[in-house]
Design a protein. Structure first.
Length: 192
């Protein structure tokens, strides 16, 4: 069976494998680029609490978009809803939590920890944050609007990481946001 057919038959498993693979990739790249990820992953209750609180502005932005009558957002929302509901249809309990945690850890280690960290050593923090955010947006660009939205989220997470210096904060924020939004889409119905 080809890789394309396997992914089509098991998209959730493919997503889990992909997100999980980002973690060792980030660790390997950090080692090659001599970026001490472990020094920027500071475990504390305060970091977890700050990460949980930091999700609120992201949810506020999503709420503003959801309350708007913007056709582009409504089309994107319907597309994401259909994808999420198809992806998690029949999934085992804990699948949303697993993919949210893997995305939070893998994407933040790679984009904020490695990419933004490496760029910060060479350029100003502002350029590092901006470039990492655009890469983050490109990685999520299923449409122009989603690219812009993901880039804004990337800017926010980049600034949050720059201000705290703690990857755990952005990992918690990212994972919690994904977990909440996936559950919202799983429980929502198409307006039509």
């Amino acid at each position: 069976m080809s890789l394309r057919k396997t992914i089509a038959r098991h998209p959730l498993l493919a997503g889990i494998v992909f997100q999980a693979a980002l973690i060792p990739l980030a660790i390997i790249l950090a080692g090659l680029l001599e970026i001490p990820l472990h020094e920027h992953l500071i475990w504390s209750v305060e970091a977890v609490a700050l990460g949980a609180l930091a999700v609120l502005p992201m949810l506020a932005l999503l709420s503003v978009l959801a309350m708007s009558h913007w056709d582009s957002y409504r089309e994107l929302s319907a597309q994401v809803r259909e994808f999420v509901q198809r992806l998690f249809r029949g999934a085992l309990p804990g699948a949303v939590l697993l993919i949210s945690l893997l995305a939070g850890v893998g994407e933040e280690l790679l984009v904020r920890g490695v990419l933004q960290g490496w760029l910060s050593e060479r350029w100003s923090p502002a350029w590092a944050i901006l470039i990492a955010a655009v890469v983050f947006g490109l990685a999520h660009s299923i449409s122009r609007l989603y690219f812009v939205f993901a880039t804004l989220i990337g800017l926010y997470l980049g600034v949050l990481y720059h201000l705290t210096g703690n990857l755990l904060v952005v990992i918690v924020t990212h994972a919690l946001y994904d977990w909440i939004v996936i559950h919202l889409y799983l429980r929502s119905r198409s307006p039509g």
